[in-house]
Design a binder for this molecule. Structure first.
Ligand code: ADP
Ligand code: ZN
Length: 625
């Protein structure tokens, strides 16, 4: 192994690269330790939340190791969009980076291959299925033979695990590649992994000697809110209007829906409501998908309505909200999707509506899948963790972090913390519901769905009730005082607790499950939230983008944004690849007057200073008058 000791001079070399190339003043969290470990030839496993700054963890070592004569770093990444973005950003910074993927024509690919063999590259991004091809391996063999294969960085490393939520079979070929170049240092990076997925990554990627760096998964700037689904569309519009829209327009956001059809509908309704929205799902033509994605990346005010086909590798930093109109499959999915909001560290909203039907649908999808039973059980447990979080009356964040093995205190930035819901003891109602399910089944030898059971409990003589003589049951009408909304909430909770099982193979009928017994026997309590919150939360915009406190700063900020939009258009790049909002804000708040002043702006590396420094100064001077 090309291990060389971690020295002070290397630490300072790393800081120098961070400053001069990326324009950042200091490493964050574990970055410095990870960079030191990897730059010195050690293996690493990096678990860091989205927006935590994983890219720098391999980009800085790649530059350092290239400078030290070790050659090229191979970055394995599953998504083409991500590669384009990252390579574009690196080239903007003056780093020799390239990618190889199916979007290129033969000539482009050959030019990249030539640069690889000629040792001209610092970073090469490759899709996993491409890496294991004979052609690619032959190229790598040549590079390796000359000692110029420096590092493998495997991004989204959880994709290798079938216990993860994102299994990609093509990741399985990576172990073979790693074994072929056993002496080359490697690192795995992911934003989400529970204990079994983590073990799997270590085994499947040969990371036995890797030092693990586990960051806190907390995203304190994201506010979690989960509301009961009534009229999801109306609820969504109200949410956007209240929190993400003002006279000057609306924020950038993502709305996730379960089905393609729903995506189309919702996008259309948002458009009709005057919002700049586009659909994205796997059923659209590849060209359309690409165009919509590009538009999302480039435009400041854009809402993408999408299935989960959209998002992996999307690192637009100023997505201000992620809304779920349907519940994700599990906690990892929820965490990952909501994690796409507010990567810039400014406030953002993760907002979800969910209802009984979501619970039923998700359970059914697991039950209906052709997977092995053991796998289904793991998926059920993962879904249950999410359900329990959604049903919880206490801090959401505490629940989310606990799932990833972290202890924490009530956060003060989720709906339950900001507006503690009043709870009431619903044990009695739960027992009525459970015994109703039991009696109906006994009396008619048949099971029934939620709607019919509610009719019985609420004492409604519907045709079906009369036909089955369910108005004769002792449970008929015993729950007339409880509203339908409350019955639904109760059913959700009892399903989440496995007191009720939904049989999807028989028209979503409800059956008693193993946890019913303790509730019926009075050994276990059921508490419900009042469906109306005690105090109405003040509509509070979390928008980071709006106003700076000082009018002069605001004027400079606006002027810089206009300038940036122009440059972005000329270069055909998303605006944030020119400068992040945070960098523009820093300049607006403490305007640089001379080129010397540009050095203290966070986010202004050497290349950017060269390319844009004088233009920035012109804009500032013009605004200051
Ligand atoms: P991840 O891949 O972990 O989701 P990224 O690598 O995309 O996160 O980083 C998220 C954002 O934080 C990026 O805009 C990046 O430029 C910025 N960033 C990362 N590290 C630092 C740092 N040390 N100082 C300032 N900004 C940073
Ligand atoms: Zn909280």
């Amino acid at each position: 192994m090309s291990e060389f000791p971690i020295t002070e001079s290397m630490d300072s070399a790393a800081s120098e690269v961070l400053r001069s190339v990326f324009g950042y003043a200091a490493f964050r969290g574990h970055q410095a330790d990870i960079v030191a470990r990897v730059a010195s030839g050690g293996d690493a496993l990096v678990l860091m939340p989205t927006g935590g700054g994983k890219s720098l963890c391999y980009q800085v070592p790649a530059i350092l190791r290239q400078q030290a004569g070790h050659g090229v770093t191979i970055v394995v990444s599953p998504l083409i969009a991500l590669m384009h973005d990252q390579v574009g950003a690196l080239q903007e910074l003056g780093v020799a980076a390239a990618f190889l993927n199916s979007s290129q024509d033969m000539q482009e690919a050959q030019e990249v291959e030539r640069a690889l063999v000629a040792s001209e590259l610092t970073l090469l991004y490759v899709a996993p299925e491409r890496l294991a091809t004979p052609r690619m391996l032959a190229l790598l063999d040549r590079v390796h033979a000359r000692g110029r294969l420096s590092l493998f960085a495997i991004d989204e490393a959880h994709c290798v695990s079938q216990w993860g939520h994102d299994f990609r079979p093509e990741y399985r070929s990576l172990l073979g590649v790693c074994q072929r170049y056993a002496q080359v240092p490697r690192m795995g990076l992911t934003a989400t992994a529970d204990a079994i997925t983590r073990e799997d990554m270590v085994r499947q990627l040969g990371l036995d000697h890797a030092q693990a760096f586990v960051s806190s998964f907390d995203r304190p700037n994201i506010r979690y809110t989960i509301v009961e689904k009534r009229d999801a569309m109306a609820q969504l519009l109200r949410f956007i209007d209240h929190e993400h829209r003002d006279d000057s327009g609306h924020d950038c956001g993502i709305v996730y829906c379960q089905s393609r059809r729903r995506v189309e509908e919702v996008a259309e309704q948002l458009q009709r409501h005057g919002l700049n929205a586009l659909p994205y799902h796997a059923g659209l033509a590849a060209d359309t998908r690409r165009a919509h994605q590009d538009q999302f990346l480039r435009e400041e005010q854009m809402i993408m309505v999408a299935t989960i086909a959209f998002g992996m590798g999307i690192d637009k930093p100023n997505v201000r909200f992620v809304a779920h109109l349907d519940m994700p499959k599990n906690m990892e999915g929820y965490y990952q999707e909501t994690g796409r909001c507010a990567r810039d560290g400014e406030p953002g909203n993760a907002w979800m509506t969910y209802g009984l039907q979501d619970v039923v649908n998700q359970r059914r999808m697991i039950d209906d899948s052709p997977a092995a039973d053991a796998y289904k059980q793991v998926m059920r447990d993962k879904l249950d963790a999410l359900l329990a979080m959604a049903e919880s009356a206490t801090c959401r964040r505490v629940r989310i972090l606990a799932y990833f093995g972290e202890d924490s205190q009530a956060c003060g930035n989720c709906d339950n913390c900001l507006n503690p819901p009043a709870q009431f003891d619903a044990t009695e109602s739960a027992r009525k519901l459970l015994s109703c399910i039991y009696r109906v089944q006994q009396a008619s030898g048949l099971a029934f769905g939620a709607g019919h059971l509610m009719d019985i409990l609420r004492g409604k003589r519907t045709e079906k009730v009369v036909q089955h003589q369910h108005d004769q049951l002792s449970t008929f009408g015993i729950g007339a005082d409880t509203s339908e909304v409350q019955w639904r909430a109760l059913m959700r909770q009892l399903i989440a607790r496995e007191a009720i099982r939904v049989d999807a193979t028989q028209f979503n009928t409800l059956h008693l499950d193993h946890a019913a017994r303790a509730i019926l026997k009075g050994q276990s309590e059921v508490w419900l939230k009042h469906s109306e919150r005690v105090s109405k939360r003040q509509a509070q915009r979390s928008t980071a983008d709006t106003q700076l406190s000082d009018p002069q700063a605001q004027a400079i900020y606006e002027a810089l944004k206009t300038w940036r939009a122009q440059v972005a258009k000329e270069h055909g790049l998303p605006a944030y690849l020119i400068f992040h909002d945070a960098t523009l804000k820093a300049m607006a708040q403490d305007p640089p007057q001379t080129s010397g002043d540009l050095h203290r702006i966070n986010g202004m590396g050497e290349k950017k200073r060269e390319a844009y420094g004088s233009a920035v100064l012109r804009v500032v001077h013009a605004t200051l008058g």
